[in-house]
Design a protein around this ligand. Structure first.
Ligand code: IPE
Ligand code: IPE
Ligand code: MG
Length: 242
């Protein structure tokens, strides 16, 4: 008895700094080295038939890092990653989207991101969702503000606010909740990733540092997921006596 391939996989790409430190390199070298892992995982998800891949690339808390590291990730690396990969992604039918407070991104990275989103808008393959300046609490706060405005304007009754209304006010309401969330580098926490959407996600923690993560690691995580039983608060559905 197996489950099908997860429709939506989320990855908390962690461990770039430790990867660099182990080699006596500056932290930014770890972020650079992450590009190979991103490339391979995106390619694999497209081939395996995953519908949505959300990559946690920069959190609302990551602004607490040194300015040079923040600039490197959000300007240099983001724009560079898109420049180096956009032709291949587009040719593979990947649609690029984003979650997070996009307006807070530095202009160079933001422009590259918005151009890539525009260019790939009509693609019907894997949806690659880049979580940038993203926080689960920020997303819920933004949704609550939108809902409060609708109530204040008389477009929505307070009594009509239910789970569907909240889901509908999140950044990408058409995207299904993640079936599987993977975190690398041995840390076992969500760090503010998809808090609302992860209510029933299966979690997979890998000790591999993100720059070393391979297609084989992803395939192992997915086949592990496919062997698990999800209950959603119900009862055991596996084979045995009822
Ligand atoms: C993940 O790697 C990348 C980002 C959070 C941007 P880290 O930079 O957090 O690496 P560690 O956790 O310090 O090893
Ligand atoms: C989570 O990693 C954020 C991203 C992967 C973008 P962090 O390295 O920022 O998380 P903490 O601080 O260890 O919880
Ligand atoms: Mg980290």
């Amino acid at each position: 008895m197996g489950r099908s391939v997860p429709a939506h996989v989320g990855i908390i790409m962690d461990g770039n700094g430790r990867w660099a430190r182990q080699r006596g390199l500056p932290r930014n070298e770890g972020h650079k080295a992450a590009e190979r892992a991103i490339h391979d995982v995106v390619e694999a998800c497209g081939e395996i038939g995953v519908g949505y891949l959300t990559l946690y690339a920069f959190s609302t808390e990551n602004w607490n890092r040194p300015r040079a590291e923040v600039d490197f990730i959000l300007s240099h690396l983001l724009a560079g990653f898109i420049k180096r990969n956009i032709d291949e992604l587009d040719a593979r039918g990947v649609r690029i989207r984003t979650i997070g407070r996009t307006t807070g991104l530095p202009s160079r990275g933001r422009k590259a991101l918005l151009d890539a989103i525009e260019r790939t808008r009509a693609n019907s393959g894997l949806q690659l969702i880049l979580a940038l300046n993203y926080g689960g609490r920020a997303e819920i706060a933004d949704a609550v503000r939108t809902i409060a405005q609708a109530v204040a304007a008389g477009r929505l009754e307070p009594g009509a606010v239910d789970e569907a209304v909240i889901s509908g006010a999140l950044y990408l309401p058409d995207v299904p909740d993640p079936d599987l969330i993977i975190r690398t580098s041995g840390e076992e926490r969500l760090s503010n990733f998809l808090l609302w959407q992860s209510a029933y996600s299966e979690l997979c923690f890998s000790s591999v540092l993100w720059p070393d993560y391979t297609r084989e690691d992803l395939e192992k995580a997915i086949s592990g997921y496919m062997g698990r039983e999800r209950r959603f608060g119900g009862v055991d559905t596996g084979g045995g006596p009822a």
